[in-house]
Design a protein around this ligand. Structure first.
Ligand code: UD1
Length: 416
């Protein structure tokens, strides 16, 4: 199993190309199931999660071609509507095939994802939404078994803001009979990117970018070309790398308008941030100030940046709090950061962090994707050497992370 060795690497500097967004690419690839014609995508990141989804689509009978960040998806020969446990357990986002399969073929059998390292993560809102559109859904032998002769438009108010829930129902509604009104939709830019892609495929969607989406179902969708937006979580991770190492880094190929409150939180820590078209420069001249952070749906601070921001607070002056409001168990990185010398106390969903002058390198273990990223960041500022085990989590969501960090001057290597 691969491991990462990181030695203290201050003053990162230079340019880093931001890849396409994993969380936009995953639903948009699934949107390819909605049509028999070819969906062409550009700016698709090369990630383990994308490979897992390709394997899932291929075993449904979809033809998927992928090279140089370009993907072609042709679902003209689907012979199977089952998403098996073996693939779904590798990646929860596999649930995103449920809406498209049901809408186009009237049936789908998708393994229930189950809990994961960061929380229980139910999919009840996906299921209730599809039922409101006329689907008959049973849970059998660990699978969601869904049938619908033809989905029908409905008014659906989602009781919690859910990203993949909004995406599943949006895709299903695109081919439903009549009008669907989705209320309390997630505002995440990745949902907007999916909606824009669906529109280019011929879907009729009003209210894109707002909390209420109105979808006039159409009989079929057609071929399209769509460019995936950039990965704001990857971008935010490199911004923290620059801030904690007192570096000067320019992010390239970034949709700078989708960074939400991450930019503000980093400015509060003392970072100087300049935006110029698709470039973002971040420079940190001194040690960061601590900043209290509370996670919430977009445009507020993303839960997917919580672990990374915590690293900044561990070496900042003073005492700060981080409050996790989205997932109930998203502090798996804390015990590993404490092993590196951080002072963190957890009380319920609030972490209180007392800044220390420095962290110290240690052998640590990655537990989930963003927790892994936080350990890499901690390794950059820790005295001595940090060895991170189980980095396959990192490969799920960061394209060429070591190469990108090495280009910025980091001392990091992968050992097998
Ligand atoms: C997506 C992102 C993930 C991010 C998360 C929150 C993808 C592929 N993944 O995950 O990186 O951390 O949004 O921004 O885009 N909930 C329910 N019932 C449901 C669905 C969700 O109770 O049917 C709850 C969840 O347990 C959680 C909250 O709603 O507490 C938000 O979760 P959700 O937005 O659905 O997360 P994902 O879409 O799984």
């Amino acid at each position: 199993m691969d491991k990462l060795i990181i030695k203290k690497s201050m003053n990162l500097s230079g340019e880093v190309m931001i890849s396409g967004a994993k969380n936009a690419a995953l639903p948009i690839i699934c949107a390819g199931i909605l049509t028999k014609n070819t969906l062409k995508l550009t700016n698709v990141p090369h990630l383990k999660d994308i490979q897992t989804l390709m394997a899932l689509l291929q075993q449904l009978g979809v033809t998927v071609k992928f090279s140089n960040s370009q993907m072609e998806i042709t679902a003209d020969n689907i012979h199977n509507t089952v998403a098996p446990y073996e693939l779904v357990k590798q990646m929860r986002a596999s649930i995103l095939v449920l809406g498209p399969l049901l809408a186009r073929f009237g049936e789908a059998k998708v393994s229930l994802p189950g809990g994961c390292a960061i929380g229980a993560r139910p999919v009840d809102i996906h299921i209730r939404g599809l039922e409101a559109m006329g689907a008959e859904i049973k849970i059998e032998h660990g699978y969601i078994v869904a049938k619908a002769h033809k989905l029908k438009g409905a008014k659906i108010t989602m009781e919690t803001v859910t990203v993949t829930g909004t995406e599943n129902l949006l895709m299903a509604a695109s081919l439903a009979d009549g009008v669907t009104i989705l209320e309390n939709c997630a505002l995440e830019p990745e949902v907007t990117d999916l909606a824009n892609c669906l529109v280019s495929m011929g879907a009729k969607i009003d209210g894109i970018g707002t909390g209420t989406l109105t979808i006039h179902g159409v009989l079929e969708l057609h071929e399209a070309h769509h460019e995936i937006i950039s990965d704001r979580i990857e971008a935010g991770t490199y911004m923290i790398a620059a801030a904690i190492t007192q570096g000067n880094v320019t992010l390239k190929n970034l949709n700078t308008n989708i960074m939400g409150s991450v930019i503000d939180s980093l400015k509060l820590s003392g970072a100087e941030i300049k935006l110029d078209g698709t470039n973002l420069n971040i420079q940190m001249r001194n040690k960061p100030h601590h900043v209290n952070v509370s996670t919430a749906p977009y445009p507020d601070f993303p839960t997917d940046m919580q672990a990374q921001y915590m690293v900044l607070n561990t070496i900042a002056e003073g005492i700060s709090t981080i409050t996790e409001n989205i997932f109930e168990n998203r502090y798996m990185h804390v015990s590993e950061l404490v092993r590196m010398g951080a002072k963190i106390n957890i009380n319920g969903n609030v972490a209180t962090i007392t800044g220390v002058p420095y962290l110290t390198g240690a052998k640590v273990m990655a537990t989930d994707l963003r927790a892994s990223a936080s350990l890499v960041l901690a390794g950059l500022v820790a005295n001595g050497e940090t060895l991170i085990d189980r980095i396959y989590h990192l490969d799920r969501g960061y394209e060429n992370m070591e190469a990108k960090l090495i280009k910025l001057g980091a001392n990091i290597s992968r050992v097998t």
